[in-house]
Design a protein around this ligand. Structure first.
Ligand code: NAD
Length: 413
């Protein structure tokens, strides 16, 4: 099942549980705006390539559109539609006043030089300028993009506006209007979600083993924070494969290894090499998929041995996989809850930019914790009241709030 089919399936389930009619279902299912743009790129050797870029604004009813930008070779319009839809429910679930969006370019950023990346990013933004803005649509980092990408995006938008518009993107460096705590926010939120799940099961985090798929912006710091909190992180991976040490990995050493220029975690001293497939099936307490969509599916879900799956990535479990995990008594903390710390602190960053008044890292982290624990409590309480999975409960809250906003605003004309 594709990411879009998964997202649509999950929406249909929430719509059914909420008793919404067909017309409402169509409104919630259909993206408001979709843009496909050509991104002509002059490579360093002088030749020109034309890449394909996308931006989908799935819903704008609760506020401006908000969502990441992905640079990945497999990115296409359907994937962006799915990710934009999940953003809509996520923003509503944690109570930030945004609709959902997502964007991307079908490209492998590792195949480009830094200058090529900068030219590509700036051209992509310039094609989208009419639909971006602090009151319209606010991009952020996702797979293959980072703080530097956001700085180029903000700069390009600002140059076209004639003045500095820090609030047009989030996840920027602190030196140009970024927020303290944004870099680690998604990972911190994944940790809070894992702790809530462990607390409810009466388990001490210091007694658990963890495997993290995807040692990027989200997975890398999730592994580090869980390690710092006393968990034993036994496996992590990236696109090239994974490393395993049953006695526990040196997460800080692995992060330093990558920051100093290593291309992969594979081969890190004192570790065994495992595949991404093997990592998913490891005998650990907590599994954190933090790479791409669809990695837990019909074929491998029955071999997942973790007690808790805490979804750092968007859409890592297909609906078929979900059913099997549930039958096997595995608790899944769903993506739109578990990884919502990123957009929560993106919201804080936007608020700080609009007010030109900045908060301390402690303030950011404290507000994030309060917000995530509240959302977690809302989801578990609805799940037990309605006897549905945490995913369905989370979707019901998100979808229900967006439906309510539509109902209240009315249909124009
Ligand atoms: P990233 O580019 O920083 O890291 C992605 C990691 O996944 C890298 O380690 C990469 O090597 C690995 N990877 C890529 N393809 C893989 C494959 N086929 N198999 C295994 N590993 C693979 O991206 P990120 O920002 O950390 O995003 C990871 C996930 O988290 C995505 O699903 C993203 O949508 C989601 N997410 C990100 C944020 C954020 O703030 N960055 C917020 C919410 C959700």
């Amino acid at each position: 099942m594709s990411a879009l089919e998964s997202a649509q399936f999950q929406l249909a389930e929430a719509v059914k549980q909420l008793g919404l009619d067909d017309g409402f279902h169509q409104v919630l299912r259909t993206p408001r705006r979709e843009m496909t743009v050509a991104v002509p790129l002059r490579r360093d050797d002088g030749h020109i390539e034309v890449l394909r870029g996308y931006r989908v604004q799935h819903n704008l009813t609760r506020g401006p559109a908000k969502g990441g930008v992905r640079f990945h070779p497999a990115t296409d319009l359907d994937e962006v539609r799915a990710l934009a839809m999940w953003m809509t429910w996520k923003c509503a679930l944690i109570g930030v006043p945004y609709g959902g969006a997502k964007g991307g370019i079908a490209v492998d950023p590792r195949s480009l030089s830094r200058n090529e990346l900068e030219r590509m990013t700036r051209r992509y933004v310039s094609e989208l300028i009419p639909v971006l803005g602090p009151e319209k649509d606010i991009p952020a980092p996702d797979v293959g993009t980072d703080e530097q990408t956001m700085a180029w995006m903000m700069d390009t938008y600002s140059i076209h506006s004639g003045y500095t518009v820090t609030g047009v993107v989030t996840g920027k460096p602190v030196s140009v209007g970024g927020s303290e705590g944004r870099g680690g926010a998604t990972s911190r939120g994944v940790m809070y979600s894992a702790f809530c799940a462990l607390r409810d099961a009466g388990i001490d985090p210091r007694d658990v083993t963890v495997a993290v798929q995807g040692f990027g912006k989200v997975g890398g710091l999730t592994a580090q924070y869980l390690h710092d909190a006393g968990c034993r992180v036994v496996a992590v991976s990236d696109v090239q494969g994974g490393v395993y040490n049953p006695g526990g990995l040196n997460t800080a050493g692995l992060l330093r290894h990558l920051r100093s220029g290593a291309q992969t975690v594979v081969g890190y001293p004192g570790t065994d090499t495992i595949s991404n497939e093997e990592l998913i099936e490891l005998d650990v307490d907590v599994l954190v998929p933090a790479a791409l969509e669809g990695v837990i599916h019909e074929e491998n879900a029955s071999r997942v041995r973790a007690r808790f799956v805490v979804e750092g990535a968007n859409g890592p479990t297909t609906p078929d996989g979900d059913v099997i995990l549930q039958e096997n008594g595995i608790l899944v903390v769903p993506d739109i809850l578990a990884n919502s710390g990123g957009v929560a602190v993106s919201y804080f960053e936007w608020v700080q930019d609009l007010q030109a008044y900045f908060w301390t890292e402690d303030e950011v982290n404290a507000r994030l914790k309060t917000m995530m624990e509240q959302a977690y409590a809302d989801v578990t309480s609805l799940a037990s009241e309605r006897k549905v999975s945490m995913r369905t409960a989370a979707q019901m809250i998100g979808v229900g709030r967006v439906a309510e906003a539509h109902r209240t605003r009315g249909l124009y004309p």
